[in-house]
Design a protein around this ligand. Structure first.
Ligand code: ATP
Ligand code: MG
Length: 560
């Protein structure tokens, strides 16, 4: 396995260490990541992936990728494909082939027959509404089903007929015979099988009874000889049932361990809700760069390493918390700062004419590819009489602390020359459309021989040699910090979460960006070529993240 994940000590590693000391599993560590293929994976799943695969890695164990495909109504092959792609992209290797719960349907059926024979399961003719009303409440016990005391033979016969398709959807279920007065509602004769005449994406029309999650999940773990079955906290109340099924069958019995799911502020992490955003057209598909899906993060410019580092840094706990999404963005900045090639890109261009530079000349200056990486080398970029700078890098009447260009002020054009602004050209509306500057030919490379210092260094692109591009700047998809808690999450959608800049000007090397490579546009942020929308005629770049956390600044200003 090729990962650099090293889960810090946490309560799960403590359990595993203890198990290894006592030889509970003969030193084996075998985990699994068990997604239901009913949507694309999101950042919460990434946390679970990093945890499960990370533990296997750390203890030289194994981790299975297993599809929990027990509900034919919501599951699709498209999701299976995307999940395989996403786990691979995070650079985790699973044990053997991807596994499917549906491959165990025959075995599960056999286990159900065994429970019936042991007098621990029965066919019940109540409708699902009746089952619900007879279940009781946290304060009141439930009622026994009138079908609870059917003989083993009658149960076997009815279960066989359920399986052979004799009955309509919802007319019967197979239920475990546990205790209708149990303080834990999950233990009140839970349903194991339901009748559902529906075609499954892998087993086709072979089955018309499908296992319920709680029944199926423990069996899947048992069949695969999982040692530590790690899931999120909402399954804590289901653990007694997980244990009851496996004990009643006398089957191999993994240990279920629960941890707190990852929640992020300004973000929704639930496949069901993310699906709504896609289905109702609020975003451009599951991989929209604003989506917290792994595919969205990838398209946005996130790196596998940044997501793994983020997962590791937030740790594993038993307590539900909301993590600041700024931590995720910072994990990306940290990684990209090390690896992203630097290029020049002007998003909001202002023309500068260097009046004392020869009109027909195009010279090449050396630009450093990545100051953080000694091996990244240099490249040549074209410099000429006309260049573009960022509009916001000029002020006609600057405040004291503005060190960029202004009338009479000298600044450095990075890697090129010092220039001084002499004249402002405006249109008839009074808008600045051009600056006239002079350059000092003695400052080639952006260094002055006489030791003269300038306070400002600007990025720029030559007007003679460049490429135009469309730039997409993304903001948070939700305005509320807790979009799921503050009313309907749809009401909290930020309708200005995408800003398109149609004519940015980039250095010419960006005409053929490397696929999947995230670039730092000097002083501006990190950008990736959009593999879905970009064409040779219309280059499109997504901003992955700005250089600094501007939100933190805003929040600290407002005293938050
Ligand atoms: P969702 O609520 O988004 O549908 P889920 O839990 O139903 O998620 P599954 O496909 O069942 O999705 O999840 C596969 C694994 O990922 C499970 O072990 C689940 O506990 C884990 N998981 C899902 N969401 C999170 C999260 N936010 N944080 C950590 N782990 C998660
Ligand atoms: Mg689910």
């Amino acid at each position: 396995m090729s990962t650099d994940i090293n889960n810090k000590d946490n309560f799960i590693t403590k359990i595993i260490d203890e198990d290894n000391r006592s030889s509970k599993w003969e030193g084996r560590v075998h985990t699994r990541f068990p997604p239901e293929p009913n949507g694309y994976l999101h950042i919460g799943h990434a946390k679970s992936i990093c945890l499960n695969f990370g533990l296997a890695d750390e203890y030289s164990g194994k981790c299975n990728l297993r599809f929990d495909d027990t509900n034919p109504l919501k599951e699709e092959e498209e999701y299976v494909k995307s999940i395989i792609e996403d786990v691979s992209w995070l650079e985790f290797l699973w044990e053997g082939q991807p596994l499917f719960a549906s491959d165990y349907f025959d075995q599960m059926h056999g286990f159900a027959v065994a429970l019936i024979k042991a007098g621990k399961a029965y066919v019940c003719d109540l409708t699902s509404d009746e089952v619900k009303t007879q279940r009781g409440t946290l304060k009141a016990p439930g009622e026994n089903s009138p079908y609870r005391d059917r003989s083993v033979d009658e149960n076997l016969d009815l279960f066989a007929r359920m399986k052979s398709g004799e009955f309509d959807n919802g007319t019967r279920t197979l239920r475990a015979k546990i205790d209708m007065a149990h303080p834990n509602l999950n233990m009140r004769d839970p349903v194991m099988y339901r009748i559902l005449h529906a075609s499954h994406h892998r087993t086709g029309d072979k089955w018309c009874i499908y296992p319920m999650y709680d029944w199926a999940h423990g069996l899947e773990d048992s069949i695969e000889k999982i040692t530590h079955s790690i899931c999120t906290l909402e399954f804590e109340d289901h653990r007694p049932l997980y244990d009851w099924y496996l004990e009643s069958l006398g089957a191999y019995h993994p240990q279920q361990i629960e941890f707190a799911r990852l929640n992020l502020n300004y973000t929704v992490v639930s496949k069901r809700k993310l699906k709504r955003l896609v289905d109702e057209g609020f975003v451009d598909g599951w991989d929209d760069p604003r989506m917290p899906t792994i595919s969205g993060l990838r398209r946005r410019g996130y790196t596998p390493k940044s997501i793994r580092n983020f997962s590791e840094n937030i740790g594993v706990t038993k307590r539900d918390t909301v993590v600041d999404v700024a931590k995720l963005e910072n994990a990306l900045r940290e990684d990209l700062n090390q690896i992203a090639p630097r290029v020049m890109g002007v998003l909001d261009p202002l023309k500068v004419i260097i009046t004392n530079y020869p009109d027909d000349e195009l010279e090449y200056v050396d630009a450093i590819n990545n100051p953080e990486d000694g091996n990244a080398g240099k490249r040549k970029i074209g410099f000429s009489r006309e260049v573009y700078i960022e509009k916001s890098d000029f002020m006609e009447d600057p405040p004291k602390k503005f060190f960029r260009l202004s009338p009479g002020r000298e600044v450095r054009l990075k890697f090129a020359y010092y220039i001084t602004c002499n004249e402002i050209v405006k249109n008839k509306n009074g808008e600045i459309i051009e600056l006239r500057c002079t350059y000092d030919s003695e400052t080639k490379g952006g260094r002055s021989e006489d030791g003269r210092k300038v306070r400002g260094t600007l990025h720029w692109v030559s007007a003679k040699e460049n490429v135009k591009a469309e730039i997409r700047l993304y903001d948070r998809l939700f305005i509320g910090e807790y979009p799921e808690k503050e009313g309907d999450f749809i009401e909290n959608i930020n309708h200005d979460s995408l800003r398109v800049i149609e004519k940015a000007i980039l250095e010419s090397s960006m005409s053929s960006p490397k696929p999947g490579c995230v670039y730092q546009f000097e002083r501006t942020g990190y950008f990736i070529n959009d593999n879905k929308q970009s064409t040779n005629e219309n280059l499109v770049f997504n901003r992955a993240v700005s250089l600094r956390d501007s939100w933190a600044k805003i929040n600290s200003k407002t005293g938050k």
